[in-house]
Design a protein around this ligand. Structure first.
Ligand code: ATP
Length: 649
């Protein structure tokens, strides 16, 4: 019934998605399978290769089960032929044929079990390797990459795209091959039964197939639009839930509900339109294919009546036709799935091919060493998984030479414009200046988050490349202004600064950061779970944990981003003491928002418009008539002193 259908599949993938399974990701899916898709498949195979034993076992089971199933129509026809006195193709009486049927059934059941089990082994394991590789790659990607993309888009890679691929490896590929075999062998069997009837059937099918194709393409487009609208509405959910406090503080619940509702209306409208056409499509398929089948039955009956065909052969013919019909419609759908999977794989490999700033090794040694080709594809080095480099033996000298910098997402805005700055080992310097002057940017550059456009960054008079990013970052600790913790326990959060730290070290660090008292007040102590992003702790408590974390890390270079900003006066005094100790003999860069906290630093650099406008000690700068620092001081201290103020430009 279907030689035309195979050409239909090659040239026309669009009849897929009749059941509305299209995803937004299909936008970028290839329109047809081509050489690039083959290359993508080869990459997927790279991940399946370590489990190829299972794969081939599954394929063997698949081929055998397809062959045994194809015997069933013949057997059914032969049973009738024996009963009506005609010659069966498979020799034997009704009893023998019945036993053959039982054997086939048992074989079918066992082979299907084997196939599903083996393909699950291949797909689950290789998919997990892909997820690990993706996650490792994401962790290693530089910050600018994240600034250009939404988190939702990235998590969708590791969830939706990988799931799409799972279907391909676990089912689609095998099913596709099975359908092709059913099609080819089924048509061959039909020709043997009755060339005349087969010829008639092949006349009906192409017309129905072409109509189905055109219809299917249209339906797929509608399904995609619906899926896109749904994705848009999900972005609203994600954004608002992530920023739920902002939504609430602005009492914008109604606004957000309306926004989400608007998207939902669009989704429903598109979905109903798509459903209407889909329903028409299904009706058409039923009419075309069942109508065709009825016609064949009618014509076959006339052949039986004229003695040209045995009754049993017509029964075999019709069952084969039903098999073939099933595999045609199955293939159309499967083809769509293959295309989607190729699209999803492309997106996955695109990310795996992104240049990472930190090369993480696969945690699965097998996956990493599975094939040489894959190892280079994924940019994974071989060797000890996740081995940390030895921390850079820094004494803490830092120098910025002629640094010119714009953020990659805003290349036109020059944030730093020729900044020269040097910090000797153990020195404490502060960066002051109006908001947006570039103070935090300097800290970010020190951490190697971004590449400079011009100039150099030297650590102990050697460029960062000499040390290596990870080794360098191991020697730098940041106590940020806004501390976000991980959802685990306080202990885990403090130990984040030194994962191998002992309990005693963690406790000691908490004590030094003046955090132990409040931690002990919790019934669970250090094992208190801090809630998602540390939401169950106050800002000041979070900050003290961040300080404990830095203490534990024992860095050569310390960056304090107005570290005491969320503490009350008493805690601040205590923490300030701790910080003094932490800063002792350690290179420290303080990003100052409140100028009162930087009286004792060795030097203050005042930034303005991306340049260092003034440099000097607190007293020098405060005394400089008409200077920027003096101006900032006046702005700050003209306000009541008990309220910390940020300096606005
Ligand atoms: P504040 O005192 O308000 O924290 P700052 O002096 O630390 O200010 P930076 O955070 O360094 O200022 O920002 C300097 C400029 O760079 C600002 O104009 C800011 O809008 C811009 N900027 C900061 N981060 C980014 C980013 N990730 N991408 C693009 N532009 C950025």
């Amino acid at each position: 019934m279907a030689s035309p259908s195979s050409s239909r599949n090659e040239s026309e993938p669009s009849a897929v998605g009749q059941n509305g399974q299209a995803t937004a990701s299909e936008e970028s899916a290839k329109k047809r399978l081509d050489l690039d898709s083959l290359a993508t498949m080869r990459k997927v195979w790279g991940f399946m290769k370590p489990y190829r034993g299972w794969f081939w076992l599954g394929m063997g089971a698949l081929v055998l089960s397809t062959l045994t199933v194809l015997v069933v129509p013949q057997l059914a026809g032969d049973l009738i032929n024996v009963a009506t006195g005609a010659d069966p193709l498979i020799p034997g009486d009704i009893g023998t044929l019945g036993w053959i049927f039982v054997v086939i059934l048992v074989a079918q059941a066992s082979l299907s079990f084997l196939r599903i089990y083996t393909f699950a082994q291949v797909s689950e394991r290789s998919l997990s390797d892909i997820r690990r590789a993706l996650y490792n790659r994401m962790l290693g990607l530089p910050l600018p990459f994240y600034e250009k993309r939404r988190v939702g888009e990235l998590t969708s890679r590791i969830t939706n795209d990988v799931t799409e691929l799972q279907d391909l490896i676990a089912n689609t590929l095998a099913e596709f091959l099975r359908q092709i075999a059913t099609l080819v062998l089924g048509i061959a069997a039909l020709f043997i039964k009755s060339p005349k009837l087969t010829g008639l059937m092949l006349l009906i099918v192409p017309v129905a197939a072409i109509l189905a194709m055109t219809f299917g393409r249209f339906i797929r487009r509608l399904a995609r639009e619906r899926q896109d609208a749904l994705a848009d509405s999900n972005v609203v959910v994600e954004e608002t839930l992530q920023n739920i406090q902002t939504v609430k503080s602005f009492t914008n619940e109604h606004h957000e509900a309306r926004r989400y509702g608007g998207f939902q209306d669009t989704v429903v409208r598109l979905a109903i339109t798509a459903a209407r056409y889909r329903a028409a499509f299904v009706s058409f398929i039923i009419l075309a294919f069942l109508g065709g089948l009825g016609f064949i039955m009618w014509y076959g009956s006339t052949l039986i009546a004229s003695g040209e065909m045995a009754a049993g052969d017509l029964v075999s013919f019709i069952i084969y036709t039903a098999f073939i019909g099933g595999s045609i419609s199955g293939m159309v759908e499967l083809y769509g799935k293959v295309l989607r999977s190729v699209g999803a794989s492309d997106r996955i490999f695109e990310m795996l091919d992104e240049a990472a700033e930190v090369e993480l090794l696969s945690t699965n040694a097998k996956a990493a060493s599975g094939s040489a080709a894959k190892a280079t594809q994924n940019g994974f080095a071989s060797g000890e998984p996740n081995a940390l480099p030895t921390p850079a033996p820094l004494s803490g000298a830092v120098r910025l030479q002629g640094v010119r910098f714009s953020y990659p997402t805003r290349p036109d805005v020059v944030v730093l414009d020729g900044v020269d700055l040097g910090i000797a080992p153990g020195e404490k310097i502060a960066l002051a200046g109006p908001s947006g002057a570039g103070k935090s940017t300097i800290a970010q550059l020190l951490l190697g988050y971004y590449d400079l456009q011009e100039g150099r960054l030297l650590y102990d008079d050697k460029p960062s490349e000499h040390w290596g990013l990870r080794a360098l970052r191991q020697r730098i600790a940041v106590v940020p202004q806004e501390v976000l913790l991980f959802g685990g326990s306080i202990r885990e959060n403090i130990a984040y600064g030194k994962p191998e730290a002992t309990d005693a070290e963690v406790e000691q660090a908490a004590r030094q950061a003046n955090a132990l008292d409040f931690i002990r007040q919790f019934p669970e102590g250090l094992d208190t779970v801090v809630g998602e992003r540390g939401i169950k702790l106050s800002g000041g408590q979070r900050q003290r944990i961040a300080i404990a974390r830095a203490i534990l890390k024992d860095p050569a270079i310390l960056i304090l981003d107005e570290a005491t900003s969320s503490l009350d006066a008493e805690s601040e005094r205590l923490v300030q003491d701790v910080l003094e100790k932490l800063m002792a003999n350690r290179t420290t860069l303080i990003i100052a928002h409140r100028l009162s906290t930087i009286r004792n630093v060795d030097r203050i650099h005042v930034l303005q418009d991306g340049k260092i406008a003034e440099t000097g000690s607190y007293t020098e700068l405060a005394a400089r008539e008409g200077g920027l620092f003096q101006h900032l001081l006046k702005l700050q201290f003209d306000q009541p002193l008990d309220q910390p103020r940020r300096v606005e430009a």
